[in-house]
Design a protein around this ligand. Structure first.
Ligand code: PLP
Length: 406
């Protein structure tokens, strides 16, 4: 049974007060809180098991290397990658997508070659492609979302033309909560010979992920949204694509030999992991993913689905609130504005007074804000430890804000 009260007790911060009220943490889309097992693993790593990895011949270096390297296997299991060498460890999705842009795309893109993107991408899955546009004349081809916020896989596949070299889409919108059928997109794109990058920053948090089943070429995750430390993350890269990539960041660890005249690179995936990594962050991520897998991704998804239906019903009962996006397949992420035009920042300040933490702003999605015709929104994003009572607390706080601004 999914015991949400017991799960909440695993997260020390959830029992604190904010502004004299119990914390209602609904900013999981920005970053999730950490369970004690992760906090303890970080303390243990620094107090008992710390040294640099891959280089020392001494006990602690070997121990830290073993702990750090074992996370590759944990991530491979979490994503069902099949092979842990398909996992490149990094600091998060932003680094993962930049790796693909520099290491895979830059050597292949000619002026006029296209990248197909949805309009609801996060800036992390836009700006690296603008680099390619600025430097190499790549063309960004945008696919709009439907009025309900869903993304039709056929619209993405139809946008692929003879000059398209890559499709890059999110599996779950960090603003609308829309879940995208990335498997259908991948099948359609591959039928046209085009690789697919999936931004799994939000998707992997809310649903079981099987990258082999999706069939995608790249799948990026970011640790701090997965109840792990910030500065941790990974990208799954299909072996054929990894073989096509040249290294992007040069330095220690990614080489076998360096002489005055040349370099012999390390084997992948280490070829793409230069410099001293986020050792302890990565170890913490491994513990966080094990924690999620112990709860069961299916169980987490079922709990959040229930929460999502409840929040949807309660928020849609507020006729002065405009919730952006009503896709059928969605995660519990709700962006909204108030019809009386109160600014999202002011709304979030009122909510904060009630202990309710939400995010306000553009959520790093400029093109989506333009598409929706709004300058900013408030966003309440739920995680594995949130409850229906917290939905009620949110609604009460919104009602108060509505009264104050009316
Ligand atoms: N993609 C999506 C959909 C996100 O929500 C985020 C973070 O908000 C990112 C990418 C970027 O993740 P990070 O800043 O951890 O690299």
């Amino acid at each position: 049974m999914y015991d949400v009260e017991k799960i909440r007790s695993d997260f020390p911060i959830l029992s604190r007060q904010v502004n004299g009220k119990p914390l209602t943490y609904l900013d999981n889309g920005a970053s999730a809180q950490k369970p004690s097992v992760v906090i303890d693993a970080i303390t243990r790593a620094y107090s008992e098991e710390y040294a640099n990895v891959h280089r020392g011949l001494h006990f602690l270096s070997n121990l830290a290397t073993e702990k750090y390297e074992s996370v590759r296997g944990v991530i491979a299991r979490f994503l069902n990658a099949g092979d842990e060498n398909a996992i490149v460890l990094n600091s998060g999705t932003t680094e993962g997508i930049n790796l693909v842009a520099y290491s895979w795309a830059m050597p292949r893109f000619e002026p006029g070659d296209e990248i197909v993107l949805s309009v609801m991408e996060h800036h992390a899955n836009i700006v690296p492609w603008h680099f390619l546009r600025e430097r190499q004349g790549a063309v960004l081809k945008w696919v709009e979302t439907a009025p309900d916020g869903s993304l039709d896989p056929e619209a993405v596949i139809d946008a692929i033309g003879p000059k398209t070299k890559l499709v890059a889409v999110t599996q779950c919108s960090n603003v609308l909560g829309t879940v995208v059928d990335v498997k259908a997109i991948t099948e359609g794109a591959h039928a046209k010979g085009v690789p697919v990058l999936v931004d799994g920053s939000q998707g992997a948090v809310h649903m079981p992920v099987d990258v082999q089943d999706i069939g995608c070429d790249f799948y990026a995750i970011t640790g701090h949204k997965l109840y792990g430390p910030s500065g941790s993350g990974a990208i799954y890269i299909r072996p054929e694509r990894m073989a096509e990539m040249r290294p992007f960041i040069g330095g220690g660890d990614m080489i076998k030999e360096v002489s005055r005249d040349g370099v012999i690179y390390n084997d992948p995936p280490m070829k793409f992991e230069a410099g001293t990594p986020g050792i302890v962050q990565t170890i913490g991520l491994g513990v966080a993913l094990d924690y999620m897998m112990d709860l069961g991704m299916e169980n987490i998804a079922a709990h959040e689905k229930d929460l999502c239906a409840y929040a949807s019903a309660r928020l849609s009962g507020l006729n002065w609130l405009s919730v952006q996006g009503q896709a059928k397949d969605r995660a519990a992420i709700f962006s909204f504005t108030m019809n009386n035009a109160a600014h999202p920042h002011d709304i979030s300040t009122i909510l904060d007074k009630k202990g309710v933490a939400v995010r306000a702003g553009q959520h790093c999605t400029g093109p989506l804000m333009d598409h929706l015709g709004v300058a900013a929104t408030c966003r309440a994003s739920f995680g594995l430890y949130n409850t229906k009572e917290e939905v009620d607390t949110l609604v009460d706080a919104l009602e108060l804000a509505h009264e104050l601004f009316s």
